[in-house]
Design a protein around this ligand. Structure first.
Ligand code: NAD
Length: 462
C-alpha cells in the first residue's frame, strides 16, 4: 500500500524528526502492508507551530470562504472514495461494502453538512444590549481512534475548520493510511498551509505530546475512557478546553408491544456491524420475561448468519481481549447461544459472532465495553426494572427503544441516561448531536452542537 514516510506539516510532507516507524498490518491476513513514521514530541511541536502560525489568517477568513474549502474537501473525498474505501478495508479489515457505504459514505455526509453550516451559521448574535461574537477557540489537538478511521477525523476536522480553528491531528496507530489520504485530500482542496497538520505516531508519545502542548487550545479526543480520563486531567491542569468522546455499553430496550422479530434482528445487525467495534453499539439487549426465550432463539439464528460476513477485529490484542471477555462471560455463568471464544479461522484476527443469554446486570460482560461482536441478552420483569438495568452502567452514549407506538418508546427513552436513542430503528442523522452522558464523555460532535464545541464567545456591550 502507498504510504508517506513523513508528516504533513505547514502544507507539505516533511521528513519526520526521528527514525522509528509503525508497521501497518492488514487484520484479515496479518500481513504488513506499509510503514509510517512514529512521530515524536519534536514533530508535534513543529505541527503546533504551523497551526499557530496559520491561525490568525484562517480565523479571519470569511465563513463563506471556509465553507468553500470544506465543500472542495468533500468533493475530493467523493472523487477518491474508492481508493479510501480500499485503504480502510486494508488497515481496518472491514468488508469493502461496509467501507464504501459507512466508512466513506458517512464522513462525506458529515463534511457536506459542515460545508453548509459554515456558510449559514450565525457567528454573531444580539442579546439585549450586547453583540455576542462566536470566535474560534484556536489551535485544536485532535486525537482519533481506529474504529471509524475517516469518520472520526472528519467529525473533528470539518467543524474545527468551519469554526475558523486550525488543527493538528494524531490518528490511531492502526489506521494511519486513511489519515494520510485525508491529508492529501485537504491539500488538494486548497486549504491554506498550516490550517491542517498530521503527525502519525504512538498514543503515549505523539498523542501525549499533543494533549500536553502549551500551544494547543482545545484537545478533542475520541477513544477509550481510560485514556480520556488521563487527557482530561492533563487538559484540566493546563486550564485548556477538552472534548471527550469515550466508550459505551448501550442498551437496546425491547418493550412488550414492539415487533419482536424486527427489534431483535436490527439489534443483532447493529452489534455485529463493523465487527462490534462501534462505541454506540447496542451491546445489551433487554427483553421482557414473557418474550425472553423467543428473543434468544431469534438472536441466535440472526447471529449465525454473520459468521462469514463480518470482518476481523483490528489487531491481535483486540482479538485476545474480546476472546477473554467471552471466556469471562462463560465463567460468570452466562449461556452461550451463538459463537464462542475459539478463533473461527486460522489466519486473521477474526472473532465468532457471539450471543449470550441469561446475562445478569452485574456480570462483567453486561458492564464493561467489549468492542467486539458480542451481544448480551438480559431479562426484565417490568418497565422500572428495564429502566434500572438500562441505566445501570457507568456509560451513557447511545441506545435504542422499540415499542408498538413511537410515543410509548419516546416516553421510555426520555428516562434513559444517555446521549442518543434510536426509536423503533430510527436512521443515523449526521446533524444530530452525538456524545455521552456519564463516563461516555464530555461535549458533543456533529451538527451545530458539534460546531459550537470549537467556538468561544466574546460579548460586546453597547
Ligand atoms: P485508545 O484510547 O487506546 O486510543 C485512541 C487514540 O488515543 C489513539 O489515537 C491513540 O494513539 C491515542 N492515545 C493512546 N494513549 C494515549 C495517551 N496516553 N495520550 C494521548 N493519546 C493517546 O482507544 P482505541 O482502542 O483506539 O479505541 C477504542 C475505544 O474508543 C473504545 O473504548 C471506544 O468505545 C472508544 N470510542 C469512542 C467513540 C465515541 O465517539 N464516544 C468513538 C469511537 C471509539
Amino acid at each position: 500500500m502507498k504510504a508517506h514516510d513523513g508528516m504533513y506539516i505547514d502544507g507539505e510532507w516533511r521528513p519526520a524528526a526521528g527514525t522509528d516507524a509503525i508497521a501497518v498490518v492488514n487484520p484479515a491476513d496479518e500481513q504488513v502492508i506499509a510503514h509510517v513514521p512514529a512521530g515524536t514530541a519534536d514533530d508535534v511541536d513543529a505541527a503546533v507551530r504551523a497551526a499557530r502560525g496559520a491561525l490568525p489568517a484562517w480565523a479571519a477568513t470569511p465563513p463563506a470562504e471556509r465553507a468553500a474549502r470544506i465543500t472542495a474537501l468533500r468533493d475530493v473525498l467523493v472523487a477518491r472514495k474508492d481508493e479510501i474505501a480500499e485503504t480502510v478495508t486494508s488497515e481496518l479489515g472491514s468488508p469493502l461494502k461496509l467501507s464504501q457505504a459507512v466508512h466513506v459514505g458517512a464522513p462525506i455526509a458529515v463534511a457536506g453538512s459542515y460545508a453548509e453550516l459554515a456558510a449559514s451559521y450565525a457567528f454573531e448574535e444580539k442579546v439585549g444590549n450586547s453583540t455576542v461574537h462566536l470566535e474560534p477557540v484556536g489551535v485544536v489537538g485532535a486525537i482519533t481512534p481506529w474504529n471509524y478511521p475517516l469518520h472520526q477525523i472528519v467529525a473533528k476536522v470539518a467543524p474545527a475548520l468551519a469554526a475558523g480553528c486550525t488543527v493538528v491531528l494524531k490518528p490511531a496507530e492502526d489506521t494511519p493510511l486513511t489519515a494520510q489520504l485525508f491529508a492529501e485530500a485537504v491539500h488538494e482542496a486548497g486549504v491554506p498551509a498550516g490550517v491542517f497538520n498530521l503527525v502519525t505516531g504512538l498514543g503515549p508519545v505523539a498523542g501525549q505530546a499533543l494533549a500536553g502542548h502549551e500551544g494547543v487550545d482545545l484537545v478533542s479526543f475520541t477513544g477509550s475512557t481510560a485514556v480520556g480520563r488521563q487527557i482530561g486531567a492533563t487538559a484540566g491542569a493546563a486550564v485548556k478546553r477538552v472534548a471527550l468522546e469515550l466508550g459505551g455499553k448501550s442498551a437496546n430496550v425491547i418493550l412488550p408491544s414492539a415487533d419482536l422479530a424486527k427489534a431483535v434482528n436490527v439489534g443483532v445487525a447493529n452489534v455485529m456491524s463493523n465487527s462490534g467495534q462501534t462505541c454506540s453499539a447496542w451491546t445489551r439487549m433487554l427483553v421482557h420475561d414473557s418474550q425472553y426465550d423467543e428473543a434468544v432463539a431469534l438472536a441466535a439464528e440472526a447471529a449465525a448468519k454473520y459468521g462469514e460476513r463480518i470482518g476481523p477485529v483490528v489487531n491481535a490484542k483486540q482479538q485476545q481481549r474480546v476472546r477473554s471477555y467471552i471466556e469471562k462471560g462463560v465463567a460468570e455463568g452466562a449461556r452461550l447461544v451463538a459463537g464462542g471464544p475459539e478463533a473461527p479461522r486460522d489466519q486473521g484476527y477474526f472473532v465468532s459472532p457471539t450471543v449470550f443469554a441469561d446475562v445478569t446486570p452485574e456480570m462483567t460482560i453486561a458492564q464493561e465495553e467489549i468492542f467486539g461482536p458480542v451481544l448480551s441478552i438480559l431479562r426484565y420483569e417490568d418497565e422500572s426494572d428495564a429502566l434500572r438495568i438500562a441505566n445501570g452502567t457507568v456509560y451513557g452514549l447511545a441506545g435504542a427503544v422499540w415499542a408498538g407506538e413511537a410515543t410509548e418508546a419516546v416516553a421510555f427513552a426520555r428516562r434513559l441516561d444517555t446521549g442518543q436513542v434510536d426509536i423503533n430503528g430510527g436512521r443515523f442523522n449526521p446533524l444530530a448531536p452525538f456524545g455521552g452522558y456519564k463516563q461516555s464523555g464530555v461535549g458533543r460532535e456533529l451538527g451545530s452542537h458539534g460546531l459550537s464545541e470549537y467556538l468561544q464567545t466574546k460579548s460586546l456591550q453597547f
